[in-house]
Structure formats: C-alpha cells, structure tokens
Design a protein around this ligand. Structure first.
Ligand SMILES: O=P(O)(O)OC[C@@H](O)[C@@H](O)c1c[nH]c2ccccc12
Length: 278
C-alpha cells in the first residue's frame, strides 16, 4: 500500500474480498476498442467525452438499481457516452462479469472493467477493452502481507507487472491514482491512461480539488480522466478546465435514489456541458 492513511472500513473489506476472488484459467486475448479513438470521436462531434458507469450500487450510493445492465448501457450510449464502465465487483457494487460481457456485446464503444484487481490471473476472468488498476491497491504488499509470503503463487503483483500483464492480453490499462505520489508510481509503471479519483478511499469523501491538484503534473501525452464526484454540468466544465480529456461518471447518471430516473437524459446533460454554454 502506498499511502500512510488507513482505508475506510468498507474499502478494506472490498479489498479483502477482492484478494480472495479467483482468477481465470488461461490468459485472455482481447481485441480492444481504442479509448483514445473513442474520446477523439466524441470531441469531433462536440460531445464532452463521458465514460458512463453501470454501477448497480456502491458503499456510498443511496439505493440499488436493478435495471438490466444492457438497457442501462444502451441508454448511456444513446445519451452520447463515449465509453462505458461496468462494475464487475459482486459483493459491494452489485456487479458481475456476465454483465460486462453482455454490455460489451450490445454496444460498440469501448468498455472498461471496473474492479479491484490485485493479481495477474484476475485479468483472465472476463474480456474488456480496458482494465482498471488502482495504484493504491497494488504495489508493495508482498513485503507486509503474511498470506502472500506463505503462498507465492497467489501473491499480489506490483503495478508495473499488472500494467504489462494487462497489455500482453490486449487490454488498455487505466491506472487510477489519488495523489502525486501515486501518479509518480503510475508513470513509472508505464501508464499512458491515468484516472485521478476525486474520491478519497480513506474517508470515502469526494473533493474535485483532488483532480485539480494532480492534473498539472500529468504529462501531455497521457490520456487523463477525472473520476468520481462529477454531478452537474458545472462540475464537468470545472474538470475540463483543469485538463480532463474525459470524465468517468457513475452516481449522477445512475441516480440510485430515484429508481426510474432517465439515464439517457442524465448522460446527455453532462455530454452537452460544453464551455460555450456558459
Ligand atoms: O459514482 P461517481 O462518483 O460518479 O464515481 C464513478 C467512479 O469514478 C467510481 O465508481 C470509482 C472510481 N474508482 C473506483 C474504483 C472501484 C470502484 C468504483 C470506483
């Protein structure tokens, strides 16, 4: 773990569950749809590049949406989403690998697998165009984890190993960071698509200043994504001004509290938040 601060109990339990989850039997071989190309297509048509997230629930959501993930993803694409993110974490986010496979068959935009991956074989559970790797959850755990030292075949990989393993399988790797130290780790691991998570995994609180403070340190050739806490067109403009090439948005589009909220409209509202509207 890179950071000195403790994780929120919900996050510690997510991570514990993730480490117990099995991997796949053999390496997958993905023919990935390019995220940078999809973002460029959105820009070319005047759409703000939004990666809309199918997230049935989360530890911070007000409720659960049980709509068909395929219908949700189609509605997001209809609203102009440049790409889709699908949670595959089952115990805390209501996700599944099957949902991701079905969504990827149903839409033509790139699909991100949103999960808490700590070992290489966990990449082999399901094909996706991108795999999320969270810098904070991978790294120097081998040295301080007794389970890992007892059974080296199941020990956690470090970030660079996972980035390489993801690319070998054809995935694009989206490396998530929360501060400048993690950004340095992501760059050292060779990441070229980086997400800055505005949600602090220690406190589960969101602060859009997180993106604003990390973004200036990101090299220009990196595809930079602002993640979490974007709920209004103003938030979209704020993140774009701070340098976001794309925004990853879940809760504001899923609108968990209002079960039948219109996902297409929720997406369109953010996709059309261009600077000229101000
Ligand atoms: O619902 P929000 O605040 O729009 O956030 C979406 C996404 O950034 C968030 O779901 C997320 C960011 N990193 C994660 C890692 C695991 C699970 C979920 C996440």
């Amino acid at each position: 773990m890179n950071s000195k601060t403790e994780l929120a109990p919900a996050v510690a339990s997510i991570l514990e569950a993730a480490r117990e989850r099995p991997g796949g039997d053999a390496p997958v071989d993905v023919d990935a749809r390019s995220l940078p190309d999809a973002l460029a297509r959105a820009e070319a048509d005047g759409r703000v590049p939004i990666i809309a997230e199918v997230k049935p629930t989360s530890p911070t959501a007000d409720g659960t949406r049980s709509d068909d993930p395929v219908e949700l993803a189609r509605a997001m694409v209809e609203g102009g989403a440049a790409a889709i993110s699908v949670l595959t974490e089952p115990t805390h986010f209501g996700g599944s690998s099957e949902s991701l496979t079905r969504v990827r068959e149903a839409v033509s935009v790139p699909v991100l697998r949103k999960d808490f991956l700590v070992r290489e074989d966990q990449l082999d559970v399901v094909e996706a165009d991108l795999a999320l790797l969270i810098a904070r959850f991978v790294g120097d755990q081998k040295s301080n984890d007794s389970r890992a030292s007892q059974n080296t075949s199941r020990s956690d990989a470090d970030l660079e190993e996972l980035v390489v393993a993801a690319r070998e399988r054809g995935f694009q790797a989206l490396v998530e960071v929360h501060d400048q130290e993690e950004l340095e780790d992501a760059l050292a691991a060779g990441a070229n698509i980086i997400g800055v998570n505005n949600r602090d995994l220690a406190k589960l609180e969101v602060d859009l200043e997180t993106f604003e403070s990390v973004a200036p340190h990101v090299p220009d050739d990196v595809t930079l994504i602002a993640e979490s806490g974007v709920s209004s067109p103003d938030d979209v403009r704020r993140m774009r001004e701070a340098g976001a090439d794309a925004l990853l948005v879940g809760s504001a589009i899923m609108d968990h509290g209002a079960g039948d909220s219109d996902v297409t409209e929720n997406t369109r509202r953010l996709v059309t938040a261009t600077e000229e509207d101000e």
